[in-house]
Design a protein around this ligand. Structure first.
Ligand code: R5P
Length: 283
């Protein structure tokens, strides 16, 4: 097995290769003056099982993924596995309004055309129970909330809270390793950038609270949830999240400890998703 990576997922790919004692493959990636991406494999893949670790935070990451997968196929790889820790467009997993494109389905269908296996991490539609299949596309949707939970193990008087009902199973999964109580808040999304938290009487007075969510996009959800729990008397609030996009930066979280995974690498990536990926690739 040869592990390849996109430009953004190099550190994670190294961890995964180490865990599998696998060789790392080389790719030449260039960007033309007009912004188009150029991909050339520098390691032969003929007859090989290859794995590409390629997170997708931007449209360019998605193009890099598809071009690299296509190069594996063109060059005779025996089996191609796409590991896409953060799957772009995952939140548009249905037509919420008439006429909308189902973006998550389209993206997965394109990846599926070039990959024999697709592995992702806590794709948003996992909440709907889509662990092995989404809209007819086979996926291996890995759960990293137990790893995030383990990071907070040992904090006294701990309660783990999810910011909405949809993600309550995430808090439950994390608590399964920490052994603490869990609950959820009630959220109403007003627009892409605005959310409202409905007051919910939670017993957090004097407790240390970890708020866990799958995605921080604008950060509004986490910010509002933290404010509400502080108001309700929480001693200290921590934030834990799988996919930290930080579309509006991190300034809004000043004074709060934020823990992200490396599905999208950034300076707050303190939990690696490598162990779950290694386990999936071994089985
Ligand atoms: C939505 O249901 C997700 O689980 C997250 O809560 C959401 O993506 C967070 O978005 P934002 O950071 O923009 O509030």
């Amino acid at each position: 097995m040869i592990i390849f990576s996109s430009r953004k997922s190099e550190a994670l790919a190294k961890e995964v290769a180490k865990g599998l004692s696998a060789k790392i493959g080389r790719i030449e990636t260039k960007v033309f003056p007009d912004g188009e991406i150029y991909i050339r494999l520098l390691t032969s893949v003929k007859g090989e099982e290859v794995v590409l670790i390629n997170t997708t935070q931007t449209n360019d990451d998605l193009i890099e993924l598809i071009l690299t997968l296509s190069a594996f196929k063109e060059n005779g790889a025996k089996k191609v596995t796409a590991v896409v820790p953060h799957l772009i467009y995952q939140r548009q997993d249905c037509a919420f309004k008439e006429g909308e494109a189902i973006s998550a389905k389209v993206v997965l269908e394109i990846i599926d055309k070039y990959a024999d296996e697709i592995i992702t991490v806590n794709a948003h539609f996992m909440e709907k129970g889509c662990k092995e299949k989404f809209e007819g596309v086979e996926i291996n949707n890995l759960d990293t909330f137990p790893l995030l939970g383990a990071h907070f193990k040992g904090i006294p008087d701990l309660v783990i809270i999810s910011p909405d009902e949809g993600s309550k199973d995430y808090a439950k999964a994390a608590c399964s390793v920490v052994g603490c109580p869990h609950d959820y808040l009630v959220k109403k999304r007003i627009s892409g950038e605005t959310v409202e938290m409905q007051p919910k009487d939670l017993d957090v007075k004097g407790m240390n609270v970890v708020i866990l969510d799958d995605i921080i996009a604008t950060g509004e959800t986490m910010k509002k949830a933290a404010e509400m729990l502080k108001k309700q008397g929480a001693k200290k609030v921590y934030l834990g999240c799988v996919h930290c996009i930080f579309a509006k930066g991190t300034d809004m979280f000043k004074g709060i400890e934020v823990v992200c995974t490396d599905s999208i690498p950034n300076k707050l990536s303190k939990v690696s998703v490598a162990p779950v990926i290694v386990k999936a690739l071994k089985s």
